[in-house]
Design a protein around this ligand. Structure first.
Ligand code: CTP
Length: 403
């Protein structure tokens, strides 16, 4: 925590007073804290209290002082190692989810390159309203970390879920975030994520339902633990947050192959998490294909290159290669064939038969099958926690081969 640069961003909620305690805890632990407060939140806690506790000026407006000096939200966003929005009101969560940039807090959120945490605080009916539920899910799908609200007595007098997590709880999430072991410091990692789109004509493509969430969670976890990560992402809408991640956007399986091939030789750890198309149209029509006859339409496809198989065949014994297997039947048998044929160090098996696992979900349930014959089955967990399990297994291998 010492010398970590943390923005505490406070929106209008009765829980704003708790943010003052959080600032105090962080400063006591040696963090450098800057506070952003929305104009409406000043009704709940004063900037004077917050500047005294944080030992820094408090930011609220785009114009900093009467000389017309500007508060540079981009600089603030770049300065921070972490931004924690707590309390995050229903209004602020909705603005974050939709990019409605009408105050300094949201402008900084949109400019920040660091990990973002948000702690919702609102009345129980607001918290369970489908709009809020969807907004919170959307924010998490962008890689933001939600510090869930607690159940209990609310300011309205009602009892239910919506109380902001206590300052001590938020502090411990932050502490855990910064204390994650830097056991991959100096390592270079490569991760593929998301689907690929194989173009048929200017308006159509062959794609799949992959959301990219698992691959992005892996890239974040590798980066949290000190690795420099190149994230090769198919067409997905997720945002990455870690400064250690360099993202290369690709569209097709061929582009993904080329990007991996270009980067693999300098890589210590490669995780092929993308759902790569196995086939791609032989010809791409320049113009939209029109309806032609009643019998139907045949599109001829050619096989794409298997990226995992390629890097598995050229990897040195100092490089670790991990693949995924998404199966619907004979899961383990199929995954073991992939492990062998693609020469991976291990395969992460997930089955579409498991409720809550696979594409789109925020959770996953995996089994790791190693080339040593070891098999480790894990429970259904959030994709962030699954990423921790996978990276733990990678670290065990790096310790034995010093990759
Ligand atoms: N993979 C790859 N390049 C491809 C196809 C797959 O790198 N052209 C990788 C995936 O990223 C994943 C692993 O291979 O790590 C297994 O992918 P999966 O789609 O489960 O299996 P396939 O090998 O494509 O075989 P099948 O579709 O027949 O199950």
């Amino acid at each position: 925590m010492k010398n970590k640069k943390i923005i505490i961003a406070i929106s209008a909620s009765i829980a704003a007073y708790k943010a003052a305690f959080l600032v105090r805890l962080l400063v006591k632990a040696g963090a450098n804290v800057k506070v952003i407060i929305t104009p409406a939140a000043k009704e709940f806690v004063t900037p004077l209290t917050l500047s005294t506790l944080s030992k820094n000026p408090v930011f609220s407006d785009f114009v900093l002082n009467k000389n017309g000096e500007w508060t540079n939200h981009v600089d603030l966003g770049l300065w921070a190692d972490l931004m924690v929005i707590a309390p995050a009101s229903a209004n602020t969560i909705a603005k974050m989810a939709n990019g409605i940039c009408d105050n300094l807090l949201i402008a900084t959120y949109l400019s920040a390159k660091c990990p973002i945490m948000f702690g919702p605080a609102m009345d129980l009916d607001m918290f369970i309203h489908p709009t809020t539920v969807q907004n919170c899910a959307k924010l998490q799908s962008f890689g933001n970390i939600m510090i869930d609200a607690n159940e209990g007595e609310l300011a309205s007098g009602l009892n239910g879920k919506g109380r902001m997590a206590e300052p001590e709880e938020i502090f411990s999430v932050i502490e855990k975030h910064f204390n994650s072991e830097q056991d991959l410091l100096g390592k270079i990692a490569l991760v593929t994520a998301g689907p690929t789109y194989e173009i048929i004509d200017p308006v159509r493509f062959i794609g799949n339902y992959s959301s990219g969430k698992m691959g992005f969670a892996l890239a974040e976890e590798l980066a949290n633990r000190g690795a420099l990560v190149t994230l090769i992402a198919g067409p997905v809408e997720i945002i990455h947050h870690h400064k250690n991640i360099t993202r290369i956007n690709v569209h097709s399986a061929t582009q993904m192959f080329e990007a991996v091939n270009e980067n693999f030789s300098t890589t210590n750890i490669a995780i092929m998490c993308a759902a790569v198309a196995d086939y791609s149209p032989i010809t791409v029509a320049d113009e939209k294909i029109k309806k032609q006859n009643e019998e139907g339409l045949t599109i001829e496809l050619k096989k794409t290159k298997d990226i995992l198989k390629h890097i598995g065949s050229i990897k040195t014994n100092k490089q670790i290669v991990v693949g995924f297997a998404l199966e619907t039947n004979h899961e383990e048998e199929n995954a073991l064939i992939k492990l062998k044929e693609k020469k991976a160090d291990f395969i992460v098996l997930n089955s579409l038969q498991t409720p809550g696992a696979g594409f789109k979900h925020n959770t996953n349930q995996i089994t790791i099958l190693k080339n040593s014959g070891e098999k480790i089955a894990f429970n259904l967990k959030s994709k962030n926690d699954v990423a921790i399990d996978i990276v733990n297994e990678i670290v065990k291998i790096t310790n034995t081969i010093d990759a």
